[in-house]
Design a protein around this ligand. Sequence first.
Ligand code: FES
Length: 124
Amino acid sequence: MKDDDRLPLFPDEPAPPPYVTVAKVGDIAEGQGRAFPVGRRMVAVFLNDGKYFAIDDFCPHQGASLAEGYVDDCTVACPWHHWRFSIEDGSWLDNPKIGVDKFNVRVVGQEIQVQEPPDPKIKL
Ligand code: FES
C-alpha cells in the first residue's frame, strides 16, 4: 500500500480522490506536455528534467491547450498568446496570485498517474 492510498483515519473522513493512469513512461518526451482527460477535467502533464508535473490544460485567457505550449525551465508558455505559467504550481508568472490548478502526479512502475481533480468550478 502506498502512502496516497491510505484509508481515512476516521470513518467520516472522505477517502482521497483516486489516481488515474494517463500514460506510460516514455509517452511524454522530455520538455514536452500532453493533455489527458482525468475525471471531468483536461489535465496537462509535462516532463521537465526527468520529473512529471500536472496542471489544468485550459488556459484562462482564451482556452488554449497549455499542453501544446512551449516548456522552458519549469514554465510553459501558452501556444496562442504566450501567457506563462509555472508547471510546478500553476501560477501565472505575470501575476502569481492567480493561475491554473495544479494536480498531484506520480509514477508507479511504468505508469504515469494523476490524482483525480475536483470538478471544474465553472457552472454552466
Ligand atoms: S489563450 Fe492562452 S494566452 Fe491566450
